[in-house]
Design a protein around this ligand. Structure first.
Ligand SMILES: [Ca+2]
Ligand SMILES: [Ca+2]
Ligand SMILES: [Ca+2]
Ligand SMILES: [Ca+2]
Length: 266
């Protein structure tokens, strides 16, 4: 890809030593343009100066490859790989990433590979701009989908709220109440009771198939908590277990987990 010819200038970019010459770009309909390097030289024993004109190939823009689309999870590093980017007539000296597509490049690196961790969900475009050794840039966009489905929120639970130790008689055909406690960043009233299990046991269903769950602020912190009831007979616990793990999801799909101590009695 040839870029549009520029006005005459003195070359001083790149790694080559600056020449005492002028660069003249002349447009051409098919190849985009032709570049001339013009220098005045003196030949010894001859009093006439010569103009030395050499045609050189114009700089070719770098080709940019984002390596996308990308996807991942909040908090987990993602490798952005622009390795397929190249410059046909030189080399790429700078990789710049706009990681939220706001027009501001957030990270610049001489390396084509970058590790980045999103701290929150993001579903949108990112931009990669590469610069070649002549200062020419090219850019391209790709999409990134950063979700939080893999994140598991740690929550506080209280098996048999209000009593301790949390004695469980595996032989009984009763049910065990468990409170899931709200915190400033976790609203237990958004827990989907159908999704909750305690030690593998599901929440008991009432006659009409609705799960046994109720709201109550069991620790008096003015944040409403939820109490669910699981079938004792389906608990996957043995007499040597000293804790039980509760798992579940909120109505909007956020996963959570909590644990509490148990004392298994006959
Ligand atoms: Ca180039
Ligand atoms: Ca940005
Ligand atoms: Ca308890
Ligand atoms: Ca509470």
């Amino acid at each position: 890809m040839l870029h549009a010819p520029k006005r005459a200038r003195t070359r001083s970019s790149g790694n080559a030593a600056p020449c005492a010459c002028s660069i003249v770009d002349s447009p051409h309909p098919y190849i985009g343009g032709w570049r001339f390097e013009v220098s005045a030289i003196d030949i010894p024993y001859n009093n006439y100066p010569f103009a030395l004109i050499a045609g050189i190939t114009p700089n070719i823009s770098p080709e940019v490859a984002t390596g996308g689309p990308y996807s991942g999870e909040v908090g987990a590093p993602i490798t952005l790989n622009a390795n397929e980017s190249f410059d046909p007539d030189g080399n790429i000296v700078l990789f710049e990433w706009d990681l939220d597509n706001d027009g501001i490049y957030d990270i610049s690196s001489e390396s084509s590979i970058l590790e980045y961790t999103w701290g929150e969900e993001y579903n949108g475009l990112i931009v990669l701009r590469v610069t070649d050794n002549e200062g020419e840039t090219s850019n391209a966009t790709t999409t990134v989908a950063i979700g939080s489905a893999g994140i598991i929120i740690e929550v506080e639970i209280d098996i048999k709220p209000g009593s301790f130790p949390n004695s469980i008689n595996l032989g009984s055909d009763g049910k065990v109440p468990v409170a899931i406690i709200s915190k400033s960043d976790f609203d237990a009233t958004q827990v989907n009771p159908i999704s909750v299990t305690l030690a593998g046991a599901s929440v008991k269903l009432k006659g009409k198939g609705t799960p046994m769950a109720s709201f109550e602020d069991i620790n008096n912190d003015n944040l409403m908590d939820v109490i669910v009831h699981v079938d004792t007979s389906t608990l996957q616990l043995s007499s040597s277990d000293i804790e039980a793990i509760l798992e579940g999801e909120t109505y909007d799909g956020k996963r959570f987990r909590g644990k509490d101590s148990v004392r298994i009695v006959k």
